[in-house]
Design a protein around this ligand. Structure first.
Ligand code: UDP
Length: 149
């Protein structure tokens, strides 16, 4: 079953959006298999955003992600990587569609509330970066037959 890595960034936590965000993924029908709140180390932040290390916004991004607690999650389900990106909305919250998390709650690109893996391979890399195998719970919801035909 496909898995994706989702992180509620420090702005999402500070703004009390954790419950609303988790609820959106739950209501869609995806299964939560990993969840923790943590203060992110500089090392983890730099590894996570390694692909952006030459970008002008990299330093500010690392400062921001390490500025307060983050809620790290792994969600599971058919097509969850692409679907989560749609639920999240495009990178700039000002242009993100209403109804998406960023479209509903954000204004600035550097305060866009949430991260979601952009591809299946990226998700695998990010999940193993943020979670140990024993921190992930494999389970099947009893609602599965009501969600999947
Ligand atoms: N970002 C930023 N300024 C920019 C572009 C990106 O601060 O001009 C931040 C923003 O928080 C974004 C993250 O860098 O979520 C990673 O950028 P990416 O293009 O991978 O966007 P995402 O996959 O998060 O939509």
């Amino acid at each position: 079953m496909e898995r994706t890595f989702i992180a509620i960034k420090p702005d999402g936590v500070q703004r009390n959006l954790v419950g609303d965000i988790i609820s959106r993924f739950e209501k869609k029908g995806f299964t939560l298999v990993g969840l923790k709140l943590l203060n992110v180390s500089r090392e983890l932040a730099e590894q996570h955003y390694d692909v952006h290390k030459e970008k002008p916004f990299f330093k500010g991004l690392v400062e921001f992600i390490t500025s307060g607690p983050v809620v790290a999650m792994v969600w599971e389900g058919d097509g969850v990587v692409a679907s989560a990106r749609k639920i999240i909305g495009v990178t700039n919250p000002l242009t993100a569609e209403p109804g998406t998390i960023r479209g509903d709650f954000g204004i600035s690109i550097g305060r866009n509330i949430i991260h979601g893996s952009d591809a299946v391979e990226t998700a695998q890399r990010e999940i193993s970066l943020w979670f140990k195998e024993e921190e992930l719970a494999s389970w099947k919801s009893s609602l599965t037959p009501w969600i999947y035909e």
